[in-house]
Design a protein around this ligand. Structure first.
Ligand code: ARG
Length: 468
């Protein structure tokens, strides 16, 4: 290779021939890691500031680097930046352009640093930002759920076990169950953020560096809460990415469950809800169709996020310390998990207010399902019948009601008394859907007053702390 040919490649000094085109394509990551360009520049500026502070590079070098990086950032933002596969990844692309703009100062930037600790730092910064966005999205989603739960606090819905009608619940109560899930999801992301928010830079390739660096200063400049304490661990650890994918997998699983219910409820056999048209699609052949594509896709995309979690776990399991090129494969799963969770949260937050329910259909399903049978058993038990006997008596009553084609509340008193003489005319208050709902009036219960109280508690939890 001639001098001018070889100077293209960062490590050309050691090599006698250029990399094959296929290998170049196989090993390059710039196609996907360029999305971390802001984080890469931020981290480089913090590193350069520290180098100057420690007199490892000159003040003028720092000024040149800052000026050059501002230009690089402008070029990337406006789309004028030329990304090159020859330069492998986001780090080398930016460094090369910086050097073209400011000369030797650009070449000094990489002092005391390796791409190994550089990339680890960039991903952590990227993920930290992504988590912050996701936490806001989770908040918005919960807000929308709370609004709908408040509106539907007294709307009865068939509560199911085994997907068979079990007991009446309020639609608001049902929605609040998903609010609890979202709250735990947020806790998990916030917890993952703590371990993400530690600085690897300074580990250099793996063993640290011979320069008198100040890692704590870099951590402070970048807003990291701590510094990775072991240089080998710093460059090889991807636990935080795996944790993120695990938290994402759980979040998606929750959305998948909600999606499954929305799809069922939208089926005319249920007919419990309608989802606003802007979230549905039609069929190219069947003119009558309205399909709940958004929940269906959320259910489907859950699988791909599970896949990312497994991909990262598998990626790491055979790696000896410290950095291995395998690690480059962490980014696409991670980025796709970020995109999928964020988009799902965004779209659900928009869709929730577009859900309209049909309370009459819900009541009808409750009646057909004899949903107040337990209430009748409880009634008899309160009057002194052992619960097991009450259970049997009510079972017979349900059979009779089924024969007559009516729900329990429509059975005449005389019919009910055939199953237990303890039944009196106060029984009908117990057999109505609204009576059943109102009776479950304890903390965490489904009674409308409890739903409203739970909505207020959830809102208070998230309100910013009062100042002063
Ligand atoms: N593109 C690489 C990655 O994502 C950057 C680190 C490369 N380090 C190395 N020694 N080749 O992991």
């Amino acid at each position: 290779m001639s001098q001018s040919e070889s100077s293209q490649y960062t490590w050309a000094g050691r090599f006698s021939e250029p990399m094959s085109e296929l290998v170049k394509r196989y090993t390059a990551s710039v196609g996907f890691d360029r999305r971390m360009w802001r984080q890469d520049i931020r981290a480089s500026l913090a590193h350069a500031t520290m180098l100057a502070q420690q007199r490892i590079i000159g003040r003028q070098d720092l000024a040149d680097i800052e000026r050059g990086m501002a230009q690089v950032a402008r070029e990337i933002e406006t789309g004028d930046f030329v990304w090159s596969l020859d330069l492998e990844d986001v780090h080398l692309n930016i460094e090369k352009r910086l050097t073209a703009l400011v000369g030797d100062a650009g070449k000094r930037l990489h002092t005391g640093r390796s791409r190994n600790d550089q990339v680890a730092t960039d991903i952590r910064l990227y993920l930290r930002d992504a988590i912050d966005d996701i936490l806001i999205l989770l908040d918005t989603f919960q807000d929308r759920l709370l609004d709908l739960a408040e509106k539907e606090a007294a709307t009865p819905l068939p509560g199911c076990t085994h997907l068979q009608v079990a007991q009446p619940v309020t639609f608001g109560h049902h929605l609040l169950a998903y609010c609890e899930m979202a709250r735990r999801d947020a806790e998990r992301f916030a917890d993952c953020r703590r371990r993400t928010n530690r600085l690897p830079l300074g580990a250099a390739a793996l063993a640290g560096t011979t320069y008198p660096i100040d890692r704590h200063l870099v951590a402070e400049l970048l807003g990291f809460e701590g510094v990775c304490e072991n240089s080998l661990d710093a460059v090889s650890d991807r636990d935080f990415a795996i944790e993120f994918c695990a938290a994402s997998a759980l979040t998606m699983m929750h959305f998948s469950r909600l999606s499954e219910e929305l799809v069922l409820w939208m089926n005319p056999r249920f007919g419990f809800i309608r989802i606003a048209d802007r979230f549905c699609t039609g069929s190219s052949i069947m003119p009558q169709k309205k399909n709940p594509d958004v929940p269906e896709l959320a259910r489907g995309k859950t699988g791909r996020v599970y896949g990312h979690l497994l991909a990262l776990l598998t990626l790491m399991k055979g790696q000896p310390l410290a950095y291995n090129k395998d690690n480059q494969e962490d980014k696409e799963p991670l980025f796709d998990a970020v995109d999928t969770v964020s988009d799902t949260l965004r779209i659900f937050a928009e869709m929730i207010p577009g859900i309209a329910c049909n309370p009459e259909r819900m009541r009808e399903a409750l009646r057909q399902g004899f949903a107040t049978a337990t209430d009748l058993a409880d009634y008899l038990t309160r009057k002194g019948l052992p619960f097991r006997d009450a259970h049997e008596a009510v079972g017979l009553a349900v059979r009779r009601a089924e024969e007559l084609g009516v729900d329990l509340a429509r059975l005449p008193l005389s019919e009910l008394r055939r199953f237990s003489a303890l039944v009196e005319d106060d029984v009908f208050a117990v057999l109505t859907i609204d009576g059943s709902l109102a009776a479950r009036n304890h903390f965490g219960g489904t009674a409308p007053t409890q739903v409203l109280a739970a909505v207020s508690r959830a809102r208070a939890r998230r309100a910013p702390p009062a100042t002063g």
